[in-house]
Design a binder for this molecule. Structure first.
Ligand code: HPA
Length: 253
């Protein structure tokens, strides 16, 4: 089984030293993926912001990343995402597994389907995150006695700025639980490519306006690093445990 692992802020060094770089040309640009064998599992690692954390959320080549994992033969993708929380009950360092999203991105190429082959396609995202993968991830988090929220609505902004408190109030009334800058269009592209995809979010802060002070730049990375070892342990276990299950992700088109 081949598994893609897209790591976000604070986890750029996951697998460092155990991987071989593999460069790949895709129709959307060149991607360098890192390859690691873990038992029977073949893992392709993609630090979303680059190993040096120098690619901001709106500049990430989401299409090239997902296409690279598809071309390499991955069937499943686990992504990690740092998020701000809109709920008092979801505090910093806690894990969240989104089951729905709200897309507030603006300028990112959002699909593989641009009509070049004369076809107009609309992908179904009734269940955007793989239910079978989410169940396994939730089980691993529970076994490790980590504070986790097994369902949530993830709202993606364009970034790279944080939100205004007014935006957060509006997002909350619209049903958002957590806010981030990198979950879209990644999840949609994975679905278009027929890949099972799940996101393991880590809450790094309460959203703008919830604490009375500003969100410090650096807070996100600092909290992610503080749970880096625990999160790495979860990912290592997921690499062993995740196997294609009963789900509809591959046959949606
Ligand atoms: N807003 C948007 N993205 C984020 C946040 C936030 O508060 N925290 C971590 N990523």
């Amino acid at each position: 089984m081949k598994l893609g692992l897209i790591t976000g802020t604070g986890l750029e060094s996951f697998g460092a030293g155990q991987c071989q770089n593999q460069a790949l040309e895709t129709p959307y640009g060149r991607v360098t993926v890192e390859y690691m064998q873990a038992g029977e599992q073949e893992v392709y690692l993609l630090p979303r912001h680059g190993r040096e954390h120098d690619i901001p959320p709106h500049m990430i080549n989401y299409r090239a990343n997902i296409m690279a994992l598809k071309l390499l033969g991955c069937e499943m993708v686990v992504a990690t995402n740092a998020v701000g929380s809109l709920r008092q009950s979801m505090g910093p360092t806690q894990y969240v597994l989104p089951d729905q999203f709200l897309d507030f991105t603006r300028v990112r190429p959002l699909t593989f389907f641009e009509g070049e082959d004369g076809k107009v396609r609309h992908v179904d995202v009734t269940e955007p995150y793989c239910g079978a993968m989410r169940a396994t991830i939730a089980q691993v988090l529970e076994e490790r006695k980590l504070q986790a929220h097994p369902a949530a609505t993830y709202l993606c902004t364009e970034g790279p700025r944080f939100e205004t408190p007014a935006e957060i109030r509006m997002f909350r009334t619209w049903g958002a639980d957590v806010v981030g800058m990198t979950g879209l269009p990644e999840v949609v592209l994975a679905r278009e490519a027929g890949l099972c995809y799940a996101s393991l979010c880590v809450v790094t802060n309460y959203a703008a306006g919830m604490t009375g002070g500003p969100i410090e730049d650096g807070e996100v990375g600092a909290v992610m690093r503080s749970v880096g070892e625990v999160t790495t342990g979860v990912l290592e276990e997921l690499v062993q445990r995740l196997r294609p299950g009963v789900c509809a992700c591959r046959g949606v088109l």
